[in-house]
Design a protein around this ligand. Sequence first.
Ligand SMILES: *Cc1c(COP(=O)(O)O)cnc(C)c1O
Length: 420
Amino acid sequence: MRDETKCLHSGYSPENTQPRVPPIVQSTTYVYDSTEEIGSVFDEPTKSLIYSRFANPTVMAVENKIADLEGGVGAMCTASGQAATLIAILNLCNAGDSIISASQIYGGTINLFTFTLKRLGIECIFVDCDASEAEISKAFKRNTKLVFGETIANPALSVLDIEKFASVAHAHNVPLIVDNTFPSPILCKPFDFGADISIHSTSKYMDGHSLQVGGVIVDSGNFDWHSGDFPSLTEPDMSYHGIKYTEVYGTSAYIIKSRMQLMRDFGAYPSAHSAFLLNIGLETLAIRMDRYCENALKVATFLQKSDKIETVCYPGLSTDKYYDLAQKYLKGASGVITVTLKGGKNAAVKFMDSLKMASNVTHVADIRTSVLHPATSTHRQLSEDKQILAGVNPGMVRLSVGLEHIDDIIEDLQQALRSV
Ligand SMILES: *Cc1c(COP(=O)(O)O)cnc(C)c1O
């Protein structure tokens, strides 16, 4: 099936007389006929359903759809994108380990990596996404367990050279994890270029309608855990009667361990109703991504001509620094544009407050056009030099182009720019 079809049909195949739409299975638990049978499910928890803290039929239908779209062997939904990133990393790292991350990533992820992971004893070493393979190699330590980056960085809009990062990671026998939120699986298939695991904030384009915060981890099944130092996957798990995940689950070891071990212990699983809402968004994802790209390119081209604007960043513009990487890795440059206004923060704020249709929200990737001032919101907790490293400056506005008629979007921007 092609992506448009997968969006509608993957993950759920009703049988004769069953509901056409994946039903909301709103139940914490599942009934068994005998004590013996329920006991046996605890021995082999992937065999059947036990408890909705780590598996639920409605959520699993969505997980299977996303795994299919991304081209992975399995997926696990989480209560937020942040939970997906945290669990994806803790599934490989213990206190005393380190990770390497591109510095151009989401502000919340920078906080997680810099402060919270540090408190858990995990060090994050940042490298510029434009660093050479040799420079990235230098950041490796003996305890480095993974490399992390964002396909299209929020809000820097740098495009990750996935093959470069995958090649350095694999040379050191560790996997590459990418946050593929902005392109979604429709515009980029990171596993085709060597990424091993992907995560998404499903709160963004996948949901699309600003209804439900959520996240997902997808496993390509391609990484050979025996090639590196990953005893939690290759040696017995004493919290699960000595199971060796790679031995029992083969190429699905990583994603099954993340559910059986970490979701069991952390319980950051979405509700059935959340997954039901996410599924509605996913059904139109392929169609929507096309239109976001089309509208955003027109808006970026328009903004480039304004004398109120210093720079326009959009990897779909042929003048953009990341245009070549976007051509290589992306089917389209997605819907987010960043502009830096002449006149810094004051001009940016005036422009945003003058918009009539576009809404001023923390969110991004909505069906409605929205704007945000990263320096005073998502990246507020970072010092100014850390902001610059993450690609954020005081005059920058992040514009998330929606699905309104293109002329209405441009007219709104036009009148707001006139007031600056
Ligand atoms: C929003 C976002 C996150 C965090 O996701 P939540 O669902 O808000 O927890 C992570 N990465 C990227 C690229 C994001 O845009």
